[in-house]
Every structure is written in C-alpha cells, then in structure tokens.
Write a protein that binds this ligand. Structure first.
Ligand code: ATP
Ligand code: MG
Length: 666
C-alpha cells in the first residue's frame, strides 16, 4: 500500500515536472514515409549516402565540386585551422559561368531560367540565353562605372529580375555584392553601405507593395546623404512613367540607358575558390545584424548539392522559393542554387495578400509550380486566413513543399502538408542560417521519414551535435546545437570584424561552431529545434524551449501564432508570459486566457503553465518575418527596448506595450 502510494507520489511529481509531457509532445507520434512514387523518382534515394559521406566527407563534397565548371581545378579539398577554413584550395571558377554559361551551351539555352511576376500582374520570362545576355551586359555596365574585382556593390531593389541580374553581374566581374532588403529604411541601408564601404548602389525608383509604390530611390537618397563611399547610383525604372524621382547629375544613371549600348559579352573573372562572392547581413532577430562573408567555390558546391537533393530539382520543375532576395534564402534558393542546377526559378514582387489572400496559390496554379519553399510565418498567416483561399486553386502540380526560418509548430506542419501539399507532397523542414550559406539539417525527401516539427537529420557530410555547457553530447533532453566539422558554404568571417567572428561562433566551444540555437535529439537521432538559446525559459530550474510552449498554444483551435518569453518570478526564477494572436473568425471570450493556460498544462504539464496570456493583434517580427522575443521580453519586463533597427512594424510594439500596461493578464 505504502509502496503504491510512494509510486503514485513519484509519478505525480514527474508529471508536475512535466518532463513526460514535454517528451510526449516533442516525440510527435506521427511519421510520414516518403510516398512510393516520390521515392522512385527522387534525386537521392540511396540511404548509404549518409554513411559514405560521414566516413569521407571531403570526398563527398569533392564529388559535388566536380559537377561545377572550373577554369582551374583545385588541388586540395579542405584546409582547416579552426576557425579558418579554405575549401577547394587553389581552384578557379566563376559563379555566373556556373549559373549561366554552362547551361547556355546545352539544350537548356532556350529553357526558362527565371519566371517573374510583378505585383500589378505584369510578367517576364527570361530563358537561360536571355539571362546570360542581360548579366553580361550589366557586367559591362559595372565595369564602365569603374567597378573592379573586390569592390563592393550595394543592391537595394524590389523583387524584380534586375536584382538577380545585378547579383550575377557582380559575380561575373568579381565584385562583392551586398544585397539590402528593399523594405529596409534609409538608416538601415546607410549602415550597411557604410559597413561594406560600397562603391556603387543599384536601386529602383520604386517597388510595388500592396498596391502602393514604395519610394526606394527617395530612401536611398536619404541614406546617401551620409554614405560617402558611393560614387555611382544605377536606378531601375519600376515605379511607372510618372513616379517622381530625383536624379543627381553625374552620380545617378538609369539602368535602361546604361544597358542600351552595353556589349553582350563580358569575359568572366577567374575567381579563386576563396575569393568573396558576397556579404549579407543576418536577420537581426537576436541583436545587431552581422555582415556575413561568403566565398565562391564552397558556397556554390553547398547550394548545388542541397538544391539537388533537398528540393529534388529536375529539368521539368518550376521552383518557387518565396523569400525575398534580401535574405540568404533568396540568395541561395532563388538565385544561385536553382540556376547552378539549370532549373526554372520563379520570382514574385509583391505581398501574399494582394490583391487577395489567394495570390500565392493563383501564382502556383498559373505558373505550374512544382516545388514550393516558404517560411513558417507565411504558413501561419495562410492558416489564419483559412483554407478556402487555397482550395480555390488547382495545386495538383505541386510535388514537394518546404519551410525555413523558424521552428515550425507540428500543428502548422500538419496543416501545410494536408492543405497545401494535398497530403501527397513531402514537407522538407530545413534548418540553416545566413552563416551556414546552405541547408544543413533537413530531410532528404526520397529517403527520410518525416516527423512534424523536426528538421530530421543533418545533410550528408554535415556533422551536427547537441551538447551541454561543457561541450559534451547530450543524449536526452535539450542542449546547444553545434557543428563539429567545417562545411563548404560556411561563413568565412564577419565583414570588418574578425574578433566578433571568433567570439560569436567559436569561443563557446573551441574549434566547434556554436549556432546559438537550442535543440534536442529524438531516440531516432532526429533533431528538434527548440528556439534560440538566448530565449530559453528557465522555470523552477527546468529549461524549456520556447518552441515547445508555443507549439502547445498553437495547437489550440483559436490560436494563430504564439510567442513566449520568461519574466522574473520570485519563486520560480522565471515565469512564462505568452503573447498570442487569434485566427480569423476566432472570438476572444472572458476566460480564453485561462483556457489557453490549461491547454498548455494539458499538452506539456504544470511546469509550462503561462503566468500571463496576452492577446495581441500582432507580434513584433523582423522584416523577414521572425518573431522577436527579445523585444517581447523588454515589453514584459518594462525594460527599455533593445535594437529595433530590424523590426518590421514599430506600431505593433506600441500597441503591445499599451495592451500589456492596461491588462497584463488577459
Ligand atoms: P540574427 O542572427 O541576426 O539574430 P537570425 O538568426 O534570425 O538573426 P537568419 O540567419 O536569417 O538570422 O536565421 C537563422 C536562424 O533561423 C537559425 O539560427 C534558427 O534560429 C532559425 N531557423 C532557421 N530555419 C529553421 C528551422 N527549420 N527550424 C528552426 N529554426 C530555424
Ligand atoms: Mg542568427
């Protein structure tokens, strides 16, 4: 009897700690095997690749490198002296040649390389031949503007083909491009130009967003008042005939005028494998953005391999990666990856809800998209808006769908799989960073059994681990996600700040790359991303990942999005404050907050019970759509706000502050 009581008490205590529930929630029961037809045609269907690549990673990457075109082959795959890597040592190649010239010599010459649609509905299609000519011509324009190898060129454009053309033209002559998202403010642009000391700025008079024209050139002019390194500005005419634009004589030139007499052949620069291809700033979710440096050969090898195997691209595919070209996802999977593969890539200028909430699906149907890649923030918005917008369209050509940018809540994954993917398309949840250059943790869609909410396994040749504070592998529970071996697309530094590079990524565990993300492994070795380690909650001595609590909240039928943060608590150390937004049509009611708290207790355990639930109209996000928990923490603790330069919409935060003050525990 006493023993039974004791057992029961112990069991109760365990339940109270919530560990069982945490485990149950994470180890999502459902598993989705690759459908037989998919497996049969997959680019990668040999499970032995993992073992082979693990045994001889350099040989594995060298195999991919051989698929590229080199003007001089490399003599050594890797030189590694942590934290400095040199891949494909001594090799020479050109990224634009690999994305264009080599396809132009084949039957792909007349194949669509880039299909573009503007927000107002205007369309352009560039064959490989067209794109090749445009890139060559613009490369000559840049040369005429005195851009030389190693010079930095800032690109501040809407999502128009000229953005890809400008990037590839820089690559052709060996200039380093630094793309700045077209929705960034004048100050953000100025800081990035000054950091890179860019010589030329490529921008447009304007770009369409939700029916309005954003005055890009006006913002650029503001930025240029204090960006003395810029000598020349090239302006694409996009805003329409009468859109007002100020031209500074001698400095500013119209793209179309410069292109008029530009020759259609430009000798590609023979770039060393380790010459810089581009710099790009991180999203700024956790703090001040970092100017990440990527070099030529390793990056191309990494994007080629992952595009082929993760997105399974074939010549017949139409691939749509919805990310803006201002983010690394746009670089790697709208431009370099698909073009290196000789695939067809789709680009869209505008918002997903313009003129209506079915715009993405209309695009998928019209252009016959077969592989679709987007972010959880977009999927949560689609879910919030309702499935009817999707059902109105024929998406039967879709065969594979993917996600990147944040942990995807299992509930959202299942919805995406069923509603967008029609239950037949594998979902690739891909984990990577601006710093990693290409996808690192991901399913291979022809091989991997999927679990909603898990990015599954490291790509072949990639060594990832979850470790504790001493760098020891963690078998059970959460820890720090690290990468224990160099990989080809890894960043080579932070522009102009070698000390920050070492401190940020290599100081915590010497010789091992620290990602800044928390993760845990399932019994099958699968990786579950738990959120940023800076955001981890510490309740009563238990470390809880934000993703788990948020997923429990999103599991509630009324909730569209959730973000949780820790606030100081006398007894527990930290208590959980949850900010939630509701789905369209879900009405708030008196005890909804209590219901949501109970829901979390039911899904995870008492330990994860939020102290407060704040219903919000919107959550603060970066301009790439990631939830900025650090700002929510500032709101919840009444601290002064940290760096807000990457915040998409400051009014969201103002509204939240007011809401928090008036009724902190809805
Ligand atoms: P900053 O480094 O400036 O704070 P950021 O980390 O948001 O900004 P990115 O490089 O755009 O900048 O994003 C990479 C991060 O996004 C990863 O470190 C991870 O936190 C998150 N992430 C990306 N893909 C996934 C995924 N599939 N699952 C979970 N998290 C992801
Ligand atoms: Mg980061």
């Amino acid at each position: 009897m006493a023993r039974a009581r004791k057992q029961q008490a112990a069991k109760k205590a365990r339940a109270a700690r919530g560990e069982e529930r945490l485990a149950a929630l994470s180890a999502e029961k459902r598993s989705f095997k690759p459908p037989a037809e998919f497996r049969r045609q997959a680019n990668c269907r040999d499970p032995k690749v993992y073992r082979r690549a693990a045994r001889h990673p350099e040989k594995f990457w060298a195999g991919w490198a051989r698929q590229l075109e080199w003007s001089k082959p490399s003599r050594k795959v890797l030189e590694w002296k942590a934290p400095d890597a040199r891949w494909f040592v001594g090799g020479k190649l050109n990224a634009s040649v690999n994305c264009l010239d080599r396809h132009v010599r084949t039957a792909r010459r007349n194949k669509a390389a880039l299909i573009w649609e503007g927000e107002p509905g205007d369309r352009r299609t560039y064959t490989y031949w067209d794109l090749y000519r445009e890139v060559n011509r613009f490369a000559n324009v840049l040369k005429r503007l005195h851009v030389r190898k190693g010079d930095r060129v800032a690109i501040y454009l809407p999502m128009i083909p000229e953005a890809a053309i400008a990037m590839l033209a820089c690559a052709r002559i060996g200039a380093i491009h630094s793309v700045v998202f077209g929705g960034f403010s004048a100050e953000a642009l100025r800081d990035r130009i000054n950091d890179a000391q860019a010589k030329v700025l490529i921008t447009a008079d304007g770009g369409y967003r939700r029916g309005a024209v954003l005055p890009l050139k006006q913002w650029a002019d503001e930025a240029l008042q204090r960006a003395p390194s810029i000598e020349k500005v090239v302006i694409v005419k996009r805003g329409g005939q009468d859109f007002p634009v100020h031209i500074k004589e001698g400095r500013d030139h119209w793209w179309h005028r410069l292109m008029q007499d530009a020759p259609a052949w430009c000798e590609p620069a023979a770039m060393d494998s380790e010459d810089i291809l581009y710099t790009l700033y991180t999203s700024g979710t956790t703090g001040k953005p970092k100017g990440v440096v990527h070099t030529t050969a390793g990056y191309l090898v990494g994007v080629l391999a992952t595009t082929r195997w993760v997105f399974d691209l074939k010549d017949e595919d139409v691939f749509w990666c919805t990310a803006d070209i201002g983010w690394v996802t746009g670089h790697s999977y709208s431009v370099y990856g698909p073009l290196a593969c000789g695939a067809t890539t789709l680009m869209y200028e505008g918002a997903p809800d313009w003129p209506a909430r079915d715009r993405f699906w209309e695009l998928c149907e019209r252009h016959g998209v077969t592989v679709f890649y987007t972010a959880p923030t977009a999927i949560r918005a689609f879910m919030k808006w309702g499935a009817e917008h999707i059902r109105r369209h024929d998406l039967s050509r879709l065969r594979l769908i993917g996600t990147v940018g944040e942990p995807i809540n299992p509930e959202v994954w299942v919805w995406y799989h069923r509603t967008v993917g029609g239950g037949r398309c594998p979902v690739v949840d891909t984990w990577w960073q601006t710093e990693t250059g290409h996808i690192l943790i991901t399913p291979l869609p022809g091989l991997t059994a999927l679990r909603p909410g898990s990015a599954t396994l490291p790509f072949p040749g990639i060594s990832a681990e979850v470790v504790d504070g001493f760098g020891e592998p963690v078998k059970k529970g959460g820890g720090y996600l690290v990468l224990t071996r160099p990989w080809p697309g890894m960043l080579r530094g932070i522009w102009g700040d070698p000390a920050r590079y070492r401190k940020q990524y290599w100081a915590r565990f010497p010789g091992i790359y620290f990602t800044g993300d928390g993760a845990k492994r399932g019994p099958d070795g699968y990786f579950w991303l738990l959120g940023r380690v800076d955001d981890v909650l510490n309740v009563g001595g238990h470390r809880i990942g934000t993703a788990e609590v948020e997923s429990a909240l999103v599991h509630h039928p009324a909730v569209a999005e959730a973000a949780v943060v820790g606030v100081p608590h006398e007894l527990k150390g930290e208590a959980i404050a949850a900010f939630v937004t509701l789905k369209d049509g879900a009405r708030p009611y008196g005890h909804l907050g209590e219901d949501l708290k109970e829901h979390v207790v039911k899904r995870i355990g008492a330990i994860a019970r939020p102290e407060r639930v704040i219903l919000a109209a919107d959550l603060p996000k970066t301009r790439s759509g990631k939830i900025m928990r650090r700002l929510l923490r500032d709101v919840a603790t009444g601290r002064a706000l940290g760096d807000v330069s990457t915040l998409a919409d400051p009014s969201v935060l103002e509204a939240l502050k007011a809401r928090y003050a008036e009724d902190p525990s809805a």
